[in-house]
Design a protein around this ligand. Structure first.
Ligand code: HSE
Length: 442
């Protein structure tokens, strides 16, 4: 290690759960990190509104300020770590840091998914790095894997459990039959959930992360607004149970796929065969499957949230940036893995055009001809049934649940079929529709 190099100076914006973890990891592994980086990485300045809270975490050794702009404008700071979250002030701070020629590390997936194109363009012009391993799947190094480890491949699809809170809720609902609201409260107490937990349970957080993975997997711009997003709030316990009886688990998946006409980009609950490794990812853990044409399927698993797992990703970025910040920008790995003037402009497919299989549950009159009416509608739309179960009616009940699994079909065909099935007088209420993904080698 070169003794001549002075420590790299890091300015931290926001010292909440992840910021505190970052401070601890930098301190605890100081020597190991310096051995890797070739110089010390020093947390020099922290911006935090609550100065008492910040002082309690960092002690006397670090300069504190309540003004985040005082960090991004400080000429002594080499790398700005943005951990304040949100998309308005965070955007201004990151753009200002770039304008000031600083390197940036951020774990802010919402910011990158919605303003990433602007931020990376600014960074490109200025010749600075914006590193973001902590933005997707916490401590799982999926960004590095997609951007560098799999760089030989034409990526075919990515499918992941990328929201720990939702996965925790689904796991507890399945294992203990717990109610949705109770498990959500527990996840919030454990510090997994976003500040606004609707981002977790409505799929927004997963959509942010998926948008980022699609961009670096396929070399496309960030297109969060084109991502189809459906959360777990409407999942019923009986669907989790029926799926299990049929050999499936329900998971909130983020899926992005290369198809002939463009790319699929979608977040929604999905049945996954219980024998798949990813179906057995439980609790707050995250897992991402990546299918590359040369490597086949690979899977990345680990803690997707929490103070030190996320700090693990942030500190890895600090190491990368420390090693590379003096390198010619043309010799660095491009922000989005592909050269910025070589991004693909193939479109994101509308959900209507997506092809997948489906789980359908409907409540129907228990009398002759009902099933024939339903299957005729499906046949008219060329939807083929893969499996079907009629549940026993409850004591004295005239209606039964029918559960069907379909083969692959287009979303617009299923929608058309469901509209016609729901209009049948023998069918009561809405048909429950959950997509089904085999996630096999094909
Ligand atoms: N709230 C996120 C989750 C963690 O539950 O996975 C940070 O991305």
């Amino acid at each position: 290690m070169s003794a001549a190099l002075k420590p790299i100076q890091v300015g931290l914006l926001g010292i909440g759960t992840v910021g505190g973890g970052t401070f601890r990891v930098l301190q605890r592994n100081e020597e190991e990190i310096a051995r890797r980086a070739g110089r010390a990485i020093r947390l020099a300045k922290v911006a935090e509104k609550d100065l008492d809270k910040a002082r309690a975490i960092v002690g006397a050794s670090v300069e504190l300020t309540a003004d985040a702009f005082a960090v991004v404008n400080d000429p002594d700071i080499d790398i700005v770590v943005e951990l304040i979250g949100g998309t308005s002030v965070a955007r201004e701070l990151v753009l200002k840091a770039i304008e000031n020629g600083k390197q940036v590390v951020t774990a802010n997936k919402a910011l990158l998914a919605t303003h990433g194109n602007e931020i990376f363009a600014a960074a490109q012009r200025k010749g600075v790095m914006v590193a973001f391993e902590g933005a997707v799947a916490g401590g799982v190094p999926i960004i590095k894997a997609l951007r560098e480890g799999l760089a030989a491949n034409r990526i075919e699809w990515i499918a992941g459990i990328i929201n720990g809170t939702s996965n925790f809720i689904l796991s507890e609902m399945r294992a203990k039959g717990s109610a949705f609201a109770d498990v959500l409260r527990e996840a919030q107490q454990l510090g997994y959930a976003e500040a606004d937990p609707t981002f977790d349970v409505q799929g927004t957080d997963a959509a942010h992360k998926l948008t980022i993975m699609a961009a670096i997997g396929f070399g496309i711009p960030m297109q969060f607004s084109a991502c189809y997003t459906e959360g777990i709030t409407r999942l019923a316990r009986e669907d989790i149970r029926y799926a299990e009886e049929l050999g499936y688990r329900i998971k909130l998946l983020g899926i992005t796929k290369r198809v002939a006409q463009g790319f699929e980009l979608r977040v929604h609950p999905a049945l996954v065969p219980a024998r798949r490794l990813i179906a057995n990812v439980e609790g707050v853990m995250n897992a991402i499957l990546v299918k590359g044409d040369a490597v086949g399927q690979t899977m990345y698993y680990g803690a997707g949230a929490g103070a030190e797992p996320t700090a693990s990703a942030i500190v890895a970025d600090l190491l990368d940036v420390t090693r590379m910040h003096t390198a010619d920008p043309r010799h660095r790995v491009p922000h989005l893995a592909f050269q910025s003037d070589r991004l693909s402009n193939m479109p994101i497919l509308p959900m209507d055009e997506v092809e997948t299989a489906y789980y359908l549950r409907m409540r129907v009159e228990d009398r002759p001809g009902v099933l024939a009416d339903i299957t005729r509608i499906l046949a008219d739309l060329a939807i083929s049934i893969d499996a079907m179960v009629q549940k026993e009616p409850g004591e004295g009940e005239q209606q039964v649940d029918i559960v069907m699994l379909t083969h692959l079909t287009r979303e617009k065909h299923i929608n058309a079929a469901l509209a016609r099935i729901e209009a049948l007088p023998v069918v009561s209420g809405e048909v429950t529709r959950i997509r089904l993904e085999e996630l096999g080698q094909a």
